[in-house]
Write a protein that binds this ligand. Structure first.
Ligand code: FES
Ligand SMILES: [Fe+2]
Length: 454
């Protein structure tokens, strides 16, 4: 056996200090020897307690209603990319729960956000998603009242019938709207802290990974059969990889993932790909590892490392496919799952092979929408392709129905779990879940932050 994972932790360690006996993520980067960015060398973890977490948080309508009323109305949320509305007059609607927000690019290229509800008789100006076309005004589709791109009143049909209207008081209701790295965020709380403060270490860490230089090459939205937090929590830990995604045991380090908690809003995990799980009992030859990475073992030079060779090939393949120079990108950035979470619902993966963004939004207490965005580096020419339109998958639709979607098998496995976990939560007599101190700490942190709003 390579590493014994069955022994209880050393009793001399304080809670939250025990770690998997395999090589750490930092050890793996040391062995790569090719200078990943400083942010990846930071380790920041704090023990947050080990109390059980009540399952009512995932199943009770009253809890869901409280989240809608007190949390979704007061947090910064990623609404769209700037390139969804690149030209003056373009509009986009972001929705979460009952909230609906219209984002508009004005003549000065600023992005303004308004409550998507007409001050006349409350009609929505547009449905969720990109509105389409360049419009010189925001026009209500019910009676045709129109508003300037700054939200001020433009025109009222049959103006003679509204002598009582105070025009200065008949503007659209503004919503806080700020951008980071091409991501436009909104917050319904007028008194919210600035976005850059809310994002904690994220802007600093991502100086090395300029997300302005990416575009949405693929956008999938899938209905998941569980409460939004339950669905999201499966993406906050790699503890489930061994059992749920057992096919990954040769190529994914799971129990030795690194978990960082940077503050109440931002956390991270990093887990290596091309390094066998510490659970694997036998030694794996480099040839076998290379084959498990989808390569021909005959192509591995004698004595070479499968991970390093695979990363080299990826630099070349993606460099050509994206028309960018990746020669200075570290092995870990090329290969590994580097996942930043921003409360309440968004994940950013700055890696190259795993270049994703996730967003989770509630549909009802038992369902949510999981969006997956493939964030591709822009070609060196600077040409910016239009963001991909979303492909919708309903609860019963498999990810394998998508063409060339590399995560299909993994995500189908996660989806299958969710229906059973939701049912199990409702059947539970214990009524609570118990979390691992280290590997599941991001779940605890997310729930603690949620409680600060409730
Ligand atoms: S509801 Fe908007 S113009 Fe009447
Ligand atoms: Fe998973």
């Amino acid at each position: 056996m390579r590493y014994d994972q069955t022994e209880p932790s050393d009793p001399s360690l304080a809670p939250g200090e025990a770690r998997c006996p395999g090589p750490s993520m930092q050890d793996i980067m040391d062995a790569d020897g090719d200078n990943p960015p400083a942010a990846m060398r930071i380790e920041e973890f704090e023990f947050l307690g080990d109390e059980d977490i009540d399952l009512g948080r995932y199943t009770d309508q009253a809890f869901y209603d409280a989240e809608i009323e007190r949390m979704w109305s007061r947090t910064w949320q990623w609404a769209c990319r700037e390139e969804h509305i690149p030209e003056p007059g373009q509009q986009y609607v972001y929705e979460v729960g009952p909230y609906s927000i219209l984002l508009v690019r004005d003549q000065n290229m600023a992005i303004n956000a308004f409550v998507n509800s007409c001050p006349h008789r409350a009609m929505q100006f547009a449905k969720a998603g990109p509105v389409g076309g360049r419009r010189s005004a925001i026009r209500c589709p019910f009676h045709g009242m129109s508003f300037n791109l700054d939200g001020s009143l433009k025109e009222i049909p049959c103006r003679w019938d509204f002598p009582h209207l105070d025009e200065s008081n008949f503007a659209l209701t503004s919503v806080r709207c700020e951008s980071w790295a091409g991501f436009v965020f909104v917050n319904l709380d007028d008194d919210a802290e600035p976005l850059t403060d809310y994002l904690e270490v994220l802007p600093d860490h991502f100086q090395h990974w300029p997300m302005d230089d990416r575009y949405i090459a693929l956008h999938v939205e899938k209905v998941l059969p569980a409460n939004w937090k339950m669905a999201m929590e499966a993406f906050l830990e790699a503890y489930h990889v061994l059992e749920t995604h057992s096919q990954a045991v040769f190529t994914a380090s799971d129990a030795n993932a690194q978990y960082d908690i940077f503050g109440k809003n931002v956390s991270r995990f990093m887990h290596a790909v091309g390094v066998p799980s510490p659970h694997l009992r036998e030694d794996v030859s480099q040839e076998k590892l290379f084959a498990k990475l989808g390569r021909n073992p005959a192509d591995l030079p004698k004595g070479a490392s499968a991970r390093a060779t695979h990363a080299d090939l990826l630099r070349k393949e993606y460099g050509e496919a994206f028309a960018v120079d990746l020669s200075n990108v570290s092995t870990s950035e090329m290969m590994d799952s580097i996942e930043y979470f921003v409360f309440p619902n968004t994940f950013f993966f700055p890696g190259i092979n795993i270049r994703l963004c996730y967003r989770f939004r509630p549909i009802d207490v038992d369902h949510c929408l999981h969006e997956i965005f493939l964030l591709q580096p822009l070609p060196a020419s600077g040409e910016r392709p239009a963001p991909a339109k979303p492909v919708r998958l309903e609860v019963e639709d498999s990810y394998t129905t998508l063409d060339n979607f590399p995560l299909a098998e993994i995500l189908d496995q996660d989806t299958e779990n969710l229906a059973m976990q939701r049912a199990g939560a409702k059947a539970s007599k214990k009524g609570a879940q118990s979390l691992g101190n280290y590997q599941e700490a991001r779940i605890r942190r997310m729930n603690m932050t949620l409680d600060e709003y409730l």
